[in-house]
Every structure is written in structure tokens, then in C-alpha cells.
Design a protein around this ligand. Structure first.
Ligand SMILES: [Zn+2]
Length: 301
């Protein structure tokens, strides 16, 4: 009887001296919360941070960052995060206000800082409600620029979690190797394109085109949510005729209606390029780029 009581007491005692401290020790190594605005950035964070971090993606797959409105849930997620990953150049004009009111401890990674940016001369697309967005934000469609972003993510994670710095460095290096391979694959295939100019839905492909010697001849949407004028449509038709392509690239984040109308008039076909990804078969950045490359090859070779 007494023996049983003793072991019970021992069990309770053990619980307090071992189980509880163990539990709090695990709680102390909570994963680092990283907020990423768009799918490619969320993927980059996962590639570098692996199982040491928790990535919160702000933009649901299929949404466009140019017209996005954050929900209260998202605002809360940002305020709890340690690292905030953004593209910059004013793309996330809708997040800047939230960050300002969020904790001062949040470290912001601006992917476009130090990048050789392309001026957004066509229109004030993306600049939205602030004034510093004069650059084209679609830097992630150039895989070599992504290597710069990976370096920034590695630096931010190592600062937030110095004990795992080596782990982050190894992951970043391994992923940069994959990006280098992807770049080579795109360079090799685009070199063979007979058509080097194309028409897209919105002006997302300038960095991609600069890297691989291609050219966006015209975009259908002159600004976020803006319907093309009859004059603009006429210009697109003329461009299509000039470089003799029978393809217009639409995007899954936008309604293909206008592209389809123009395509019908021009006797062209509508194919979909995806600058954001995150959906079926295009879950990762590399899968998304391979998908885009295959679509372009189909249309331009
Ligand atoms: Zn865009």
C-alpha cells in the first residue's frame, strides 16, 4: 500500500521535474514565423528555412498582388511574425501600413533592394497608393535575381536564429544550385525561339525578357484593373501582325475575357503564363518556371 503510494508520488514528482521542463523547452524552440507576401517568396523561405521556420503566405493562390486587400486575420499574422518578406518597389502597398503599426521587432526583407530594377515607364502600374513605386516589381521572374533574394533570406534567418546559421547557409547554397540549373535550362531553350517578341496580359515579364533576350511587345492591361481602349486593342493587333505570332498570353490571376476577345479578332490562340504559381503542378517556383518555359516554347519556337 505504502509502496504504491510512494510510486504515485514519485510519478507526480517526475512529472513536475522532467515532463514540464521538457515541454517548456520545446515551446521555447518554437519555429520562426516568416510572413511572405507572394507564393514564390513563400517557397524561397521554405527552401532556406526548412523545418526550422513556419511560413505564412499572405496572398492566396490565384489572387493578384496588384488588387489585394488584406483581411483582419492576415493583419494579425503579420503582427506575430518575426520576419516579413516582401518584393518591394511598392507592390505590397497594402501591407506597408500594417507593418508600420506591427511590432517594431519584425525584420523586413526587401527583395528588390540593391537589384538592378527596370523602370516602369509604361504606366504607374503597381505604384498603387504610394509614390516610390516607379520600378517594375516582377523581379522574381529572373532566376538569377532570385539568387540575390535567397541570400537576403539566409541573412535574415541567420540573424533571427544564429544557432542554425549553418543549416540556413547549406540550404541556401543547395537551392542556388537549382536556380543556376533552371537559368541554364531557360537560356538554352529560349535561345531556340524563332519568335522573340510576345504579347502578355499584364507587364510581368520584363525581367524575364531582359535576362533571356526576349521582348514584351505589348501588354493588354495598361494598368491594374484597367480595360484596354479600342485604340490600345488596335495597337496590340498591329504588334501581333508585325512579329507574326498567333498567341496571346493570359494569366490565371485575371479573367481571360479581354485576351480572348482580342485573340478571336486577331485569329490568335490564348495560352496561360503564370507569374505567381502556387497551384496544382506549379506548387514550387521552379515548377512554375518550367511550366512557363514549356508554354512559351509551344508558342514561340
Ligand atoms: Zn504583376
Amino acid at each position: 500500500m505504502l509502496k504504491l503510494k510512494m510510486s504515485k508520488i514519485a510519478a507526480i514528482f517526475l512529472f513536475f521535474i522532467i515532463i514540464i521542463p521538457l515541454h517548456t523547452a520545446f515551446a521555447a524552440v518554437d519555429k520562426i514565423k516568416v510572413v511572405a507576401t507572394i507564393t514564390p517568396l513563400a517557397d524561397f523561405a521554405k527552401q532556406v528555412g526548412g523545418d526550422k521556420i513556419e511560413v505564412i503566405l499572405l496572398l492566396p493562390p490565384g489572387a493578384s498582388p496588384h488588387t489585394y486587400e488584406p483581411t483582419p486575420k492576415i493583419i494579425r499574422a503579420i503582427s506575430e511574425a518575426k520576419i516579413f518578406l516582401k518584393i518591394g518597389t511598392g507592390l505590397e502597398f497594402w501591407a506597408d501600413r500594417i507593418i508600420k503599426t506591427a511590432s517594431a521587432k519584425i525584420s523586413i526583407v526587401d527583395s528588390s533592394a540593391g537589384v538592378d530594377l527596370i523602370k516602369d515607364t509604361r504606366h504607374s502600374h503597381h505604384s498603387g497608393h504610394n509614390n516610390h513605386g516607379n520600378a517594375d516589381p516582377h523581379i522574381w521572374l529572373d532566376p538569377l535575381i532570385c539568387m540575390e533574394i535567397i541570400k537576403k533570406i539566409e541573412t535574415a534567418l541567420s540573424k533571427a536564429d544564429p544557432l542554425n546559421a549553418l543549416y540556413y547557409r547549406k540550404n541556401a547554397a543547395a537551392y542556388c544550385d537549382k536556380l543556376r540549373k533552371l537559368d541554364k535550362e531557360i537560356a538554352d531553350k529560349t535561345k531556340l525561339f524563332r519568335n522573340r517578341e510576345y504579347v502578355t496580359f499584364h507587364s510581368a515579364w520584363n525581367y524575364f525578357s531582359r535576362r533571356y533576350g526576349l521582348k514584351v511587345a505589348a501588354v493588354i492591361e495598361e494598368g491594374p484593373g484597367k480595360e484596354p481602349s479600342p485604340r490600345h486593342i488596335k495597337k496590340i493587333m498591329e504588334e501581333l501582325k508585325r512579329f507574326n505570332t498567333r498567341v496571346i498570353f493570359a494569366e490565371p490571376q485575371f479573367s481571360p475575357k479581354i485576351a480572348e476577345t482580342i485573340a478571336r479578332e486577331a485569329g490568335a490562340q490564348v495560352l496561360f503564363l503564370d507569374p505567381i504559381g502556387g497551384q496544382k503542378d506549379k506548387e514550387t517556383y521552379i515548377e512554375m518556371m518550367q511550366y512557363n518555359l514549356a508554354i512559351m516554347a509551344k508558342a514561340l519556337k
